[in-house]
Design a protein around this ligand. Structure first.
Ligand code: SF4
Length: 234
């Protein structure tokens, strides 16, 4: 196959994948709606909450977040507190020493760069620049950045959590071996822009209720006609 043929074939795959991505979006919106799940928390709260959510479930994360907010009135107080004290109040989230360090490191970097603990500069920053700004903070990856931008600023980004990653791989929208980090870039490229704000909510719901990690309910799934995993089962 020469270079031109290779390019044409790559283009064909891209067009097919984009068309399929649009169909997946349309079907998800048809069944689950277009509403965006927006927590409307201030961005620093969202950032800290996302650090707390690493490797734990929502219940433990929320317990740790609420405990932290009860003990400290401001993020400035959290920044100035001894790390061991932060760790004590976030124990329920697990990996508390590491998370306490990550929270204080992120707060310190923001304070140094902005001059205060405030992320409102992300509101008007160009989207790619805002992602870069956040992911350049120590310990902040693409998922955390996407969560802050989507949930606090309603920017059109797709956080790729374990459900989004699993469902999109099974559907064949991304390859089996694509990392979660790379999935952020690929999925935002292939998904229609208008669909992205509701996509996280819809894919997470589908992953929890239907396309579960163990025993996915393929026979009840309204996406089975678009699914590579389902085709392989037959
Ligand atoms: S058909 Fe099965 S594997 Fe495919 S999306 Fe539905 S539940 Fe998941």
């Amino acid at each position: 196959m020469n270079f031109n043929e290779l390019s044409m074939s790559a283009d064909t795959i891209t067009v097919k994948t984009r068309l399929k991505a649009k169909k997946v979006c349309d079907v998800l919106i048809h069944y689950y709606g277009k509403a965006v799940s927006v927590r409307k928390l201030p961005p620093l709260d969202e950032l800290v909450m996302t650090i707390l959510s690493q490797h734990t479930n929502d219940v433990n994360m929320l317990r740790a977040y609420e405990s932290l907010k009860e003990r400290f009135s401001t993020w400035e107080e959290v920044l100035d507190a001894p790390q061991e004290e932060i760790a004590l109040f976030i124990r329920s989230s697990g990996m508390y020493n590491l998370k306490a360090k990550r929270i204080q490191t992120a707060l310190r970097e923001i304070n140094e760069r902005v001059g205060r603990l405030d992320l409102s500069l992300l509101e008007t920053m160009e989207l790619e620049e805002a992602k870069k700004w956040l992911t350049s903070l120590h310990g902040v990856g693409p998922k955390t950045a996407a969560i802050v931008l989507l949930f606090s600023f309603e920017r059109p980004v797709l956080p790729v959590d374990t459900h989004v990653w699993r469902v999109t791989k099974r559907l064949g929208l991304i390859g089996d071996k694509v990392s979660r980090e790379k999935a952020h870039v690929l999925l935002e490229q292939i998904m229609p822009r208008s669909c992205i704000p509701s996509l996280n909510k819809n894919l997470v719901r589908h992953g929890r209720e239907v396309c579960r990690a163990q025993n996915p309910k393929c026979d009840e799934c309204f996406l089975s006609h678009l699914c590579v995993y389902y085709t392989r089962l037959k």
